[in-house]
Ligand binder design. Structure first.
Ligand SMILES: [Zn+2]
Length: 160
């Protein structure tokens, strides 16, 4: 996933793009050379003809319609408390945040596009990833909920 400073305000610089690696899939690119999911671009539409509704790659779509940096910040607020208590290490915290975003954001993009509610997204996540009563499940659940809340807050409001 692309870690550049991409906020959905940057949609005005977004190009829908294609890669030879994934025939028929519509990606998003900000450089014109690489898709947000890291593939080489063979063809890209001009910015003025590019709209998030045309993106079919869930990872690129999530990068386009959510502010992933806000999600990182929200998740960091959770992991820093665990770090401060000595429960987890700093390097684990940062890699876990990224893994959580990479797992949740594309899924949220797909579910929102299918008309699912944020409540449904959060409920599914907790059932799948954090259904236990133990400390690990609580940690995963808190980080995931923080990410989901941030995606909801930062969601591109004009439809996709
Ligand atoms: Zn992509």
């Amino acid at each position: 996933m692309n870690h550049d400073d991409l906020r959905y305000g940057n949609l005005k610089h977004m190009q829908t793009a294609w890669s030879e690696a994934t025939p028929g899939v519509v990606h998003a690119s900000w450089s014109g050379h690489r898709t947000a999911c890291g593939k080489s671009v063979v063809e890209a539409k001009p910015v003025y003809e590019s709209h998030p509704r045309d993106i079919t790659c869930a990872e690129c779509g999530a990068t386009a319609v959510f502010d992933l940096n806000t999600a990182r910040e929200h998740a960091r607020a959770v992991t820093e408390k665990y770090e401060a208590s000595g429960a987890i290490r700093h390097d684990f915290a940062s890699s876990f945040r990224e893994e959580a975003i990479e797992a949740i954001a594309p899924k949220a993009f797909e579910m929102r596009r299918n008309g699912e509610s944020w409540n449904k997204i959060a409920t599914d996540f907790l059932l799948i990833a954090a259904s236990g009563e133990d400390g690990t499940s609580r940690f995963v659940g808190k980080v995931g909920q923080a990410v989901i809340d941030a995606l909801e807050e930062s969601e591109f409001p004009e439809g996709y």
